[in-house]
Design a protein around this ligand. Structure first.
Ligand code: SAM
Length: 244
């Protein structure tokens, strides 16, 4: 029988998830940035800065950003690695990648852009000093495969960073659930005329591995010294794994 996986709370054949996720991001691409600011009250900008700082990017480094969407991480990394470094901006979805490329160019960054699936990267072993994925792993069908690929393309001494929604501290859970399942879909309908995609967002967060589970998955994928930082009481977590 075919493997099954989660698409939000729905169980779907594994082969169908990528198509369903593509539908979500085709639908939200044009409104993605404004919705991020509204939904997180701008907090996503601080989370992303913290996450980039967590891997200590330095001038000259080679960075790969997976599921890079509208390019926020690629831009932050590009500032840090400078002209001597390289940042490759990638995503599986052409609509998101195009939004990202245009936004990066508007801000003065012409970065190499590659359409690719995080589960099967078109890069040789040991190519990058840093590989990042922000709010992307949740959407990937075979997360173990993506983590193994991140490990494969890292050079010895390199670091992988995963920024993702995680398990919020228990006292905040009722308020967070109300916000996620009542406010978010309404906001989605009002601003992007799309409540379903924002319901998927809330559901996909609930079925994603929590902090300790993701740490274990990264260790299983062969990362050394995996650690994580909770931000905003665990609404999101930044995991960093190293390759020795
Ligand atoms: N990293 C950006 C950010 O933090 O704003 C975008 C995050 S957005 C929530 C998730 C992105 O993951 C989408 O652009 C989507 O196309 C991408 N994505 C989903 N599945 C993917 C896969 N298997 N490989 C690469 N990217 C994927």
């Amino acid at each position: 029988m075919e493997d099954r996986t989660h698409f939000g709370y729905e169980e779907v054949p594994a082969s169908e998830k990528a198509r369903r996720v593509r539908g979500v991001f085709d639908s939200v691409a044009g409104r993605y940035d404004v919705m991020n600011d509204l939904m997180s009250a701008g907090l996503h900008r601080l989370w992303k800065r913290f996450a980039v700082d967590a891997v200590l990017p330095r001038p000259g480094m080679r960075v790969l950003d997976l599921a890079g969407g509208t390019g926020d991480l690629a831009r932050l990394f590009a500032r840090r690695v400078g002209g001597a470094g390289t940042v490759v901006h990638t995503d599986i979805n052409l609509a998101m990648l195009a939004e990202g490329r245009d936004k990066l160019i508007d801000r003065g960054f012409a970065l190499p852009t590659v359409q690719c699936n995080a589960e099967a990267l078109p890069f040789p072993d040991r190519t990058f000093d840093v590989v990042s994925i922000a709010f992307g792993l949740r959407n990937v069908t075979r997360k173990e495969a993506a983590l193994a690929e991140m490990r494969r393309v890292l050079r010895p001494g390199g670091a992988a960073m995963v920024l993702e929604f995680s398990r919020v501290a228990a006292p905040l859970a009722p308020a967070y659930d109300w916000y996620s399942f009542t406010v978010l879909p309404r906001l989605g309908r009002l601003v992007a005329n799309d409540d379903a995609s924002y319901r998927y967002l809330a559901e996909s967060i609930r079925v994603h591995p929590d902090q300790e589970a993701l740490k274990g998955m990264m260790e299983q994928a062969g990362f050394d010294q995996v650690e994580y930082h909770n931000l905003t009481a665990g609404v999101v977590a930044v995991h960093v794994g190293r390759v020795y």
